[in-house]
Design a protein around this ligand. Structure first.
Ligand SMILES: Nc1ncnc2c1ncn2[C@@H]1O[C@H](COP(=O)(O)OP(=O)(O)O)[C@@H](O)[C@H]1O
Ligand SMILES: [Mg+2]
Length: 227
């Protein structure tokens, strides 16, 4: 049976697969209100690491989750995707204007998701640093290249590493996909091998598991014919 890969994309933070239990704990402490946030001059969360590991996905789930812990429902976050080659000045002006308005959220915070921040020019990165000093702002930032992010920006952020999670951590999801495909008999060891070869890329992992299922169903159909 065919499955829709999009239906396995996490819609809740608890379904996100993290690099490690420590990194997951840091995020869960914030969204459960165990760890105050913003706190002590840190009003950003920086998700950094390999391509395809789920940074952008999590970044877009975090604002609502943080707003909920503050008693609100909808964060009404502003999403800014940083594009390579663009100088970022227009984007930064927009962010500053948005932050100057009175926020309509319950908490009074303005939420910004800044995706792939390493694409910003040096000047735009400097204005991001000043924008982060504006009151009532929360920034969720992603990057594949933390070495290209200004120290001042990093310093205002809680850093969360997003690199390949242990392959075993993907097993429950992989087995769920195979179950939905009505495929039986694929061993965890075989799945771990396939998952590990994807180097943490969620998209590759989901596609590879589906491929394993398709191959398996083809083989078993052939076996049905033979026997
Ligand atoms: N935990 C997860 N389970 C399933 N799919 C995921 C998970 N995390 C991310 N994805 C999917 O994998 C793809 C890559 O994720 P993305 O957030 O764009 O990664 P990044 O921003 O780190 O490059 C997206 O299609 C996303 O929906
Ligand atoms: Mg991304």
């Amino acid at each position: 049976m065919l499955v829709n890969i999009d239906s396995y994309i996490p819609t809740d933070i608890k379904d996100v697969i993290f690099n490690s239990a420590t990194e997951k704990q840091k995020i869960m402490d914030i969204v459960k209100g165990v760890m105050p946030f913003p706190f002590a001059g840190k009003n950003g969360i920086l998700l950094y690491g390999l391509w395809g590991t789920g940074k952008t996905t999590l970044a877009q789930l975090l604002p609502d989750a943080i707003e909920r812990v503050k008693g609100g429902v909808d964060s009404d976050y502003h999403l800014h995707k940083c594009v390579q080659g663009a100088n970022g000045a227009v984007m930064m002006n927009k962010i500053i204007t948005q932050a100057e308005f009175i926020s309509m959220t319950y908490s009074g915070y303005h939420y910004f998701v800044i995706d792939e921040v390493d694409n910003l020019t040096e000047a735009a990165m400097a204005s991001l640093k000043s924008a982060m000093n504006m009151p009532n702002t929360i920034f969720i930032i992603t990057t594949n290249h933390i070495d290209k992010v200004e120290r001042g920006v990093i310093n205002r952020c809680e850093e969360i590493e997003f690199n390949a999670a242990p392959a075993e951590d993907w097993l429950p999801l992989a087995n769920r996909i195979l179950k939905d495909m009505k495929i039986k008999g694929v061993s965890d060891a075989a799945l771990i091998e396939v998952i590990a070869s994807c180097k943490g890329s969620a998209r590759d992992i989901l596609n590879s598991v589906v491929k394993v299922g398709v191959t398996r169903s083809r083989t078993s159909k052939r076996m049905n014919v033979i026997y």
